[in-house]
Design a protein around this ligand. Structure first.
Ligand code: ATP
Ligand code: MG
Length: 379
């Protein structure tokens, strides 16, 4: 059994609290990604699980065993580091077999196992080379094979893909996911790259400032971010500040800085006058030309009524800039002095240019809103 449980884990370095009150259970065979900005405590948490760092407080369980004070070699965990740390003067095969040698496995058997692991990461044929002769992606594969060779219960990965270029990283993400599915071992993978976490994870744990803010399946954290930090960290969005003008308990009308009124379905108690931050994600915004529509034309920066259905919101604006980013185009629209961006696939051929007057509309259910203290209040 290789379920991992962290109970109120804490780590101080002098006056600095690097990890604070982290509690989470990782199921046997699960792949958990720890995601968060630089310095938020991901590596320190991982190192405490692997026994490379002792906690200041709290406990680590692996399976039924409390291992808080056990040395690294007595935990049956294996770590893959960002820099791969291969032995430069040993061959690829010797690198992979190294842990087995330490475990007292005989020469023939360890060579056999090392070959098997190299085949699993598609590196058969490279066994007699030195690490210096390998590319980044190949070194990464060898480091992974080395950590798999000792047959650990738990594999801990600390940004193993961050030294790779984008294409190779994406390839390795899929390979890692396949290896995880095949081995059915417990993986904890640390990264500050959202795409990597979304591709790999069964669940994502998002850290900020030493704390584990939210843990859940990728779709859940994306659709229901617990607070404004997570909403901002997971992707580019339009944050617009505003004040609650009206509330009926289920829905509020927020008057934003740019005089646009945004309707938001709310879960929590929100009072008139409360200040909220509204998130209008670029993918929820639809963009249309206003040409020929006298009812809205010339009302730039104004909220306008839309005919197509209840629960919609709309505003008129003017395109300030169009940025092409590969297959996507980003439209920056001036809405009463506030710049809002919308993203569309170039293939959609919306046919809009800088200077065009446009109507943006969206579905109220897709709008997220956050209170002063950062907590999400929208449904
Ligand atoms: N051995 C140490 N001594 C003192 N401070 C440390 C030590 N290790 C980490 N820290 C500090 O603890 C905090 C958390 O560091 P940690 O390495 O866990 O962050 P991280 O989330 O892995 O960041 P990154 O994405 O940059 O790798 C940082 O402020 C860091 O400077
Ligand atoms: Mg780190």
């Amino acid at each position: 059994m290789s379920r991992i449980e962290l109970r109120e884990l804490r780590k101080e370095f002098g006056d600095l609290v690097a990890v604070e009150d982290v509690s989470v259970t990782v199921q046997d065979g699960e792949l958990l990604c720890l995601l968060g900005p630089s310095g938020c405590g991901k590596s320190t948490t991982l190192r405490m699980i692997g026994g490379l760092e002792g906690p200041s407080d709290g406990d680590v369980y692996i399976g039924e065993r409390q291992v808080t004070d056990s040395p690294a070699y007595d935990r049956n965990t294996s770590i893959v580091f960002q820099g791969w740390e291969l032995f430069p003067h040993k061959t690829v095969l010797e690198n992979v077999a190294f842990g087995l040698k330490m475990d007292g496995v005989g020469k023939d058997e360890r060579r056999e196992r090392a070959r098997e692991m190299l085949a699993r990461v598609h590196m058969d044929g490279y066994q007699d080379q030195n690490p210096a002769e390998l590319s980044g992606g190949q070194k990464q594969r060898v480091a992974l094979a080395r950590s798999l060779a000792v047959d650990p219960d738990v594999i801990l990965l600390d940004e193993p893909l961050s030294n790779l270029d984008k294409r190779l990283r994406e390839e390795m993400e899929i390979e890692l996911k396949e290896i995880h599915e095949e081995l059915k071992k417990t993986f904890i993978h640390v990264t500050h790259n959202q795409d990597e976490a979304f591709t790999l994870a069964d669940r994502i744990g998002i850290m900020n400032d030493g704390e584990l803010v939210q843990v859940g399946p990728p779709t859940e954290v994306y659709q229901h971010p617990k607070n404004e930090f997570i909403e901002g960290f997971l992707g580019d969005t339009n944050f617009v500040g505003g004040r609650v003008e009206e509330t009926d308990g289920d829905e509020v009308l927020v008057e934003t800085e740019s005089d646009v009124t945004v309707r938001v379905p709310v879960e929590d108690d929100v009072q008139e006058g409360d200040s909220l931050t509204v998130s209008l994600r670029p993918e929820i915004l639809r963009i249309h030309p206003t040409d020929g529509d006298d009812s809205v034309s010339g009302q730039t920066g104004r909220s306008v009524a839309v005919a197509d259905g209840e629960g919609s919101n709309a505003v008129v604006g003017q395109i300030e800039r169009v940025l092409y980013r590969g297959s996507n185009a980003r439209y920056f629209v001036d809405v009463g002095g506030t710049s809002v961006f919308v993203e569309r696939s170039v293939a959609d051929e919306v046919g809009l240019e800088q200077g065009d007057e446009v109507r943006l509309d969206w579905t109220a259910d897709d709008v997220l809103a956050f209170h002063d203290d950062g907590a999400r209040v929208s449904t």
